[in-house]
Design a protein around this ligand. Sequence first.
Ligand code: S3P
Length: 174
Amino acid sequence: MKNVVLLGFMGTGKSIIGRRLAVELHYRFVDTDHLIEERVGKRIPQIFLDEGEAHFRSLEQALIAEVSALDAHVISTGGGVALNPLNLDHLEKQGILVCLTARPEVILRRVQRRKGQRPLLASPNPLGKITSLLSEREPAYRRARIKVDTSDLSIKKSVQRILKQVSPLVGKQA
Ligand code: S3P
């Protein structure tokens, strides 16, 4: 059974929506950021601080290659996964790519609920940082054929939207 892969910027809801989506699909769930943290034994901001972003990206790339070979999983990814085309090559082999999006102000509101968790947004002007990163990343996220804007949707509604589009592709009824 194909995997469902959630891509998208920080604060678009990949982890919480992915977890619920997996329940609905009777799939297992994996979150690449959590798995990296578990294996390294450090939170992501600490990995960035101690080893740097390049090291984090190489851990991420290795993990993506590994989880891409799973079957019948919802895979929630970190916001930067789509930047490396090799990651998407792996994930696409056995997965349906779904990109979650949200407006910059909504992203800011959501990420501010868990301050200190997103090293890339540690800036005096986080909204400006979000906007510039979003425009830089837009072409990479475009590789996902299915897009769901979660800005004005509850978690439940977001899950329903995704289910409607992926169910026929994974051979399940929505
Ligand atoms: C990142 C997003 C984060 C995490 C790391 C880098 C990014 O994941 O992987 O801080 O480059 O956008 P979330 O999208 O789950 O916040």
